[in-house]
Design a protein around this ligand. Structure first.
Ligand code: ADP
Ligand code: MG
Length: 225
C-alpha cells in the first residue's frame, strides 16, 4: 500500500455547465490521483475538458458531482473562505496568455498574491529572489509586462505563481503563446521546479511538450481514455 497522500484526488468527478440552450457535460465521471512530485500532462483535443479539469483542481470552479481532494481535504467540506485559503497555500497558476495585470509593474505583479494572502508588506527581497530563480534579472522589476517579451512575461507569471511557495503548479498551455525555442526554455524551468519538489499539472495539446511529464492522461469528450 502506498502510504503517501495524493496532493490531488478526483473521485468520480463530473462537471456540467448549464446554458440557456441546454447542458454541456464537460467532464463525465473522471477519477485521478496526482502524487507529490508528479509532473502530469493532461492532453486531448480542443473542447475535451482539459481546462475544466485544471480549473476544478485549482478550485476556481467546483464539481457538479463527485469528490475533489486537495492535499487530502475534501473541498466539499469547506467554506468559501477556507477554500480560498487552501488554494492560496497550495496552488500556483500559469496560463497560456500569462494573465499579468498590465497596469502593474513586474514587481507588483509578482507580489500581488503575497499581499492578498498576508495583507501586509513584509515581502522585501522576495521578488528579486524569485526573478533570479526564474532566470530574469531584477532590473526588469519596475517595467510593465508589455515591455517584456512573451518568454519573459511567462517567467514573471511563474515567479508570481511561486511567491506563496505552493506545492502544486497548474499550467494551462504554458507554451501556447511562445515560439518553440522560448517554449522549450520555459519547459526547462518548469522541469527544474519539478525536480526541486513542485508537483506540476500541465494542460497541453503538444506531444513534444508532454514529453517533459512523467505521467500523461488523455481526455476525450470529458472522459479519461
Ligand atoms: P479544453 O480546455 O479541452 O479545450 P474546456 O474544458 O475549455 O476544454 O471545455 C470543455 C467543454 O465545456 C466545451 O464544450 C466548452 O465549450 C464547455 N465549457 C467550458 N467552459 C465553459 C463555461 N464556463 N460555460 C459553459 N461551457 C463551458
Ligand atoms: Mg483549454
Amino acid at each position: 500500500m502506498n502510504a503517501q497522500t495524493p496532493v490531488i484526488e478526483l473521485k468520480d468527478v463530473s462537471k456540467i455547465y448549464s446554458l440557456p440552450f441546454g447542458d454541456v457535460t464537460a467532464l463525465n465521471h473522471v477519477s485521478l490521483e496526482v502524487m507529490p512530485g508528479d509532473f502530469l500532462a493532461i492532453m486531448g483535443p480542443s473542447g475535451s475538458g482539459k481546462s475544466t479539469m485544471l480549473n476544478l483542481i485549482g478550485s476556481l470552479d467546483v464539481p457538479t458531482d463527485g469528490d475533489l481532494f486537495i492535499d487530502g481535504t475534501n473541498i466539499k467540506n469547506l467554506t468559501d473562505e477556507e477554500l480560498t485559503s487552501l488554494r492560496r497555500d497550495n496552488i500556483g497558476f500559469i496560463f497560456q496568455q500569462f494573465n499579468l495585470l498590465p497596469l502593474l509593474t513586474v514587481k507588483e505583479n509578482v507580489e500581488y498574491p503575497y499581499i492578498l494572502k498576508y495583507r501586509h508588506g513584509d515581502y522585501e527581497g522576495r521578488c528579486e529572489k524569485l526573478l533570479e530563480r526564474v532566470g530574469l534579472t531584477d532590473h526588469l522589476m519596475h517595467h510593465k509586462p508589455t515591455e517584456l517579451s512573451g518568454g519573459q512575461q511567462q517567467r514573471v507569471a511563474i515567479a508570481r505563481a511561486l511567491i506563496n511557495n505552493p506545492k502544486i503548479m497548474l499550467c494551462d498551455e504554458p507554451t501556447g503563446n511562445l515560439d518553440s525555442k522560448t517554449g522549450s526554455q520555459v519547459m526547462d524551468l518548469l522541469a527544474e521546479l519539478n525536480r526541486q519538489g513542485k508537483t506540476v499539472i500541465m494542460v497541453t495539446h503538444d506531444a513534444d511538450i508532454a514529453e517533459y511529464a512523467n505521467k500523461k492522461i488523455v481526455i476525450t469528450d470529458g472522459e479519461i481514455k
